[in-house]
Write a protein that binds this ligand. Structure first.
Ligand code: DSN
Length: 439
């Protein structure tokens, strides 16, 4: 209904939106960190809540006890009674979903959530022990060009050369040498289970705080299909837009003893006005994530990842760490003589979207890489199951094994589009866009 207004005011931006909806529908989205939100989430995002300034919180901390009091007005602006309700719902639903003592729902992104966690627990110059980016970690886990690498004394751990998984004896040895203030357990390209209980043992041994970043696996954790870090970590951060299938943004969960500090570091320490439209959309996503349907979805996401990994293995692709326990896999392309960069670019030409990714101990530069990362959350949201995963593995293989034969690309693209047509994405929305632009 309101797209008409956008078209009248700004046909160029309308067209950007229309074309992106078509791209999402007509391609196979295998970027492990992406997903397709519900129309309900989009409705909350595109709402009047974007108009409201609401610095502060929908509660006040009581003076003497570490309790939040929703009956007290904690904002620096008037007129927050409705956004207060939305933020309260987001907080309470997230607490329930993850079993956390306290949740701050205001983080704009995973990186600012991590920044908040580190500054809540440490000071610039403290030692931070995080997983190396090229071994599956994240920029905000201590990369030298990121704030984390510039503000903290970073020591990085790596995966074992043989198993390509975290070896906790090696990690313990490194932690004893480095004596970190904070250990970060989390990854953006680690296909196997993150054993948070083992991280806790290491942290306890060296007297470090433990931050768990579950940006990728939050949906699996919420559905109880992956070990939860909540009982083990002092602070848990997550984005809300990956497996969790909410709006782009993040939250911070923590034990009660850190709650007040986390809130203070987030605002006024780190951010200004919270994005109340995004927070309301987070609340919607948490409600959706508490449903049985969401558990079924996450089970299928894992089953699809296993099916895709198995089908590719049969086609002679090597899976890093031997396969997957989660929603993602890392594919080593060296046996095919194709780099990650080339595979990413050429796959895109036939409508298959993924990202190049370093594999552990990668001989190629990070901009080139020997691998690609594939994930199944978005395709599973569309309703695809194991048979489609086998089909997709064949389409990927057809492209990779004939990568220099560009005349074959149109036929592969046609097969991709045919598959996508059977699993329509945002059909009402796309029809509306088409009708408006046809006028
Ligand atoms: N950029 C995200 C990913 O793709 O994993 C992590 O923040």
């Amino acid at each position: 209904m309101y797209s008409e207004e956008l078209y009248k005011t700004d046909p160029e931006i309308f067209d950007v939106v229309r074309k992106e909806a078509e791209r999402e529908h007509s391609g196979l989205e295998l970027i492990a960190s992406e997903n397709f939100v519900s129309e309900a989430v989009i409705a909350a995002l595109g709402s009047v809540l974007t108009n409201k300034y609401a610095e502060g919180y929908p509660y006040k901390w009581t003076k003497d006890t570490d309790e939040i009091d929703y009956s007290k007005y904690g904002r620096y602006y008037g007129g927050c009674e409705h956004v207060d309700e939305g933020e309260k719902l987001a907080i309470e639903r997230a607490k329930e979903l993850f079993g956390a003592d306290h949740v701050n729902v205001q983080s704009h992104s995973g990186t600012t959530a991590n920044m908040t966690a580190y500054f809540a627990l440490g000071e610039p110059g403290d030692t931070l022990l995080g997983l190396n980016l090229s071994h599956g970690g994240h920029l905000s886990h201590g990369h030298p060009i990121n704030f984390s690498g510039r503000f903290f004394n970073v020591v990085q751990y790596e995966v074992d050369r043989q198993t390509e998984q975290i070896d906790f004896d090696t990690l313990l040895k490194l932690a004893r040498e480095a004596k970190p203030k904070i250990i970060v357990a989390g990854a953006s390209a680690y296909p196997r289970t993150m054993h948070f209980e083992r991280f806790r043992e290491v942290a306890d041994d060296v007297g470090a705080y433990l931050v768990a970043d579950i940006a990728h696996i939050a949906g699996l954790v919420a559905a109880d299909l992956h070990v939860s870090p909540v009982p083990y970590a002092d602070i848990v951060t997550t984005t809300t837009h990956k497996t969790l299938r909410g709006p782009r943004g993040a939250i911070i969960m923590c034990k009660k003893e850190f709650a007040r500090t986390v809130d203070k570091v987030s605002f006024p320490g780190m951010q200004g006005g919270p994005l109340e439209h995004v927070i309301a959309a987070k609340a919607v996503a948490f409600k959706e994530a508490a449903s049985d349907e969401f558990i079924t979805y996450q089970k299928q996401t894992i089953a699809n990842a296993k099916a895709l990994a198995e089908a590719l293995t049969k086609l002679d692709y090597r899976m890093v760490a031997g396969g997957t326990d989660t929603h993602l896999m890392l594919v080593d392309l060296r046996s095919k003589g194709v780099t990650g960069r080339k595979a990413e670019r050429r796959l895109e030409k036939v409508g298959i979207t993924c990202n190049r990714n370093t594999i552990p101990y990668d001989p190629e530069k990070p901009f080139v890489t020997s691998g690609i990362r594939l994930g199944t959350p978005a395709l599973t949201t569309r309703g695809m199951k194991e048979p489609e995963m086998a089909n997709i593995a064949e389409l990927i293989d057809e492209l990779i094994t004939n990568i220099e034969e560009r005349d074959r690309y149109p036929a592969i693209k046609a097969k991709v589009e045919e598959l996508c047509e059977s699993f329509p994405l945002y059909p009402r929305r796309r029809t509306e866009y088409k009708n408006i632009s046809a006028r």
